[in-house]
Design a protein around this ligand. Structure first.
Ligand code: UT7
Length: 325
């Protein structure tokens, strides 16, 4: 009998500290950095973001998100035989955040590793988990996107520090005799590694290079708009589905203008686009599972709906997953 994977439950978690654009702008003004709610809303659609308190790590955010997904799935932590955490802000250089999450969940022995594909991380992690479930290498996977991007922001650079936030989202993916995940596709092009990066590293007990986020916003914007349409069409074709079959489009939540452009190209009415960038900002690998869980809990995404997930980000990386929820 063919073996597929299916999302059994979703969960998410945002750190309690919420900063509106006006609050962030007031904080930046202390250092002479000028920005405004008006600029941020008009250029990005972002109205607020959540920041984790000092000492709170990605695995701390991942834990409640994972627990909520397990509860929604009706699956116990002991049943999980694979944990993949997508993050670019891991707790430590090593071990992986996935191993630390496994320990916090109090379960041991299953495979656990991180995936580093920046804002495409969740789509990458879900694709890997789907493949491992379909081949029989795993049966029940916890796939998490968790980030504390506030730790790598340059609060002297107004072109980037207003864009990002912290949070975590998770799904439980289980083996099933009908899909579930219909088609996936991943891409990367390392020629564009410089347009979105944190170029520093740790060496000899010191940070070498710049450990803060750098982005050529316009170059990223252009790349994102062009690759997202292509990859969406490609997964639809692989799954033998049409644009009109998509009930919900859940793209990486970076900029409302990129999201609107993709929805328009796919001829999807804006009501079919899940938007959380306004309240979450860009939470990198956490943005898609956070948006998915928000939409599920709001009663929008329901069992049987066809959902297109699309990620794009540093690397340069991009990819899409088409699924029946
Ligand atoms: O997560 C991975 C994916 N990341 C993305 O998808 C991000 C993609 N890029 C973007 O979302 C947009 O390019 C940005 C939101 C980053 C920037 O929007 P833009 O429309 O491309 O603005 P811009 O960079 O062309 O800047 C326009 C103006 C500039 O002033 P001048 O040179 O025209 O006088 C900037 O200095 O806006 C200025 N500016 C700001 N003003 C107030 C830039 N940042 C700010 C700010 N507040 N925070």
């Amino acid at each position: 009998m063919p073996r597929y994977s299916r999302i059994l439950g979703t969960g998410s978690f945002l750190p309690p500290k919420r900063l509106s654009n006006a609050e962030l702008a007031a904080q930046l003004a202390v250092d002479g950095i000028e920005t405004s709610d008006e600029w941020i809303v008009e250029r990005t659609g972002i109205r607020a973001r959540h920041f984790a308190d000092a000492g709170v790590s990605s695995s701390d955010l991942a834990l409640p998100a994972a627990q909520a997904a397990l509860q929604a799935a009706g699956v116990s932590a002991e049943e999980i035989d694979l944990i993949i955490v997508a993050t670019s802000t891991p707790d430590m250089v090593f071990p992986s955040t996935a191993c630390l999450l496994q320990q916090k969940l109090g379960v041991h022995g299953g495979a656990a590793f991180d995936v580093q594909a920046v804002c495409s991380g969740f789509v990458y992690a879900l694709t890997v988990a789907d493949s491992m479930i379909r081949t029989g290498a795993a049966s029940k996977a916890l796939v998490v996107g968790a980030e504390v991007f506030s730790r790598i922001l340059d609060f002297k650079d107004r072109t980037t520090c207003v864009l990002f936030g912290d949070g975590a989202g998770a799904v439980v993916l289980g083996a099933c005799d009908k899909p579930g995940i219909l088609a996936t596709e991943l891409h990367a092009d390392g020629r564009h590694s410089g347009i979105l990066c944190v170029p520093g590293t740790v060496s000899g007990g010191k940070v070498l290079g710049d450990p803060l986020l750098k982005m050529d916003g316009q170059a990223v914007f252009k790349m994102a708009v062009s690759v997202l349409e292509k990859v969406a069409r490609s997964v639809l074709e692989k799954a033998g589905r049409q644009e009109s079959d998509i009930d919900w489009l859940i793209p990486h939540q970076a900029n409302i203008r990129i999201m609107h452009s993709t929805a328009k190209k796919m001829k999807l009415p804006m009501e079919r686009l899940i938007v959380t960038v306004d309240e979450h900002g860009n939470t990198s690998a956490a943005s898609i599972p956070l948006a998915l869980d928000t939409a599920v809990r709001a009663g929008k995404v329901k069992a049987g709906d066809t959902v297109m997930l699309e990620g794009v980000g540093g690397g340069f990386t991009w990819g899409a997953v088409l699924l029946d929820f």
